[in-house]
Write a protein that binds this ligand. Structure first.
Ligand code: ZN
Length: 114
């Protein structure tokens, strides 16, 4: 077994600290869309010159396999942008922690590195 001072354990401890220090973690992505409205006579219907309305900002995420989108104001988008970044970071840290733990189990059990 690895001792607590071994580099993988030290990195795992760092990951735990970084996860603990994260603020709110909002799942999903922020996307910007240009849209056509319902008025058939509107300039946005002209396909020669792209005059669609927007950009509109959406918070998009998956809810049981379905994509759900919420229209956001500029202020809302700026407010939640760091929360979305935190969630992305959370998932990176979790994947790294899992990889380290797989290595630790393989090493402890002599299961090989593959
Ligand atoms: Zn229009």
């Amino acid at each position: 077994m690895s001792k607590p001072t071994d580099p993988p354990d030290q990195r795992a401890a760092e990951i735990h600290d970084q996860i603990a220090a994260l603020g709110p973690c909002l799942p999903g992505t922020l996307s910007s869309r240009m849209l056509r409205c319902g008025n058939p006579n509107c300039r946005c219907r002209d396909t020669q010159t792209d005059q669609r309305h927007g950009p509109y900002l959406y918070w998009t995420r998956k809810i049981s396999g379905k994509t759900a989108s919420k229209l956001l104001s500029t202020e809302q988008a700026e407010r939640y942008r760091p929360w979305l970044a935190n969630d992305k970071r959370l998932h990176q840290l979790v994947r790294e922690l899992e990889a380290l733990t797989i290595q630790a189990a393989q090493h402890a059990e002599g299961w090989g590195e593959k």
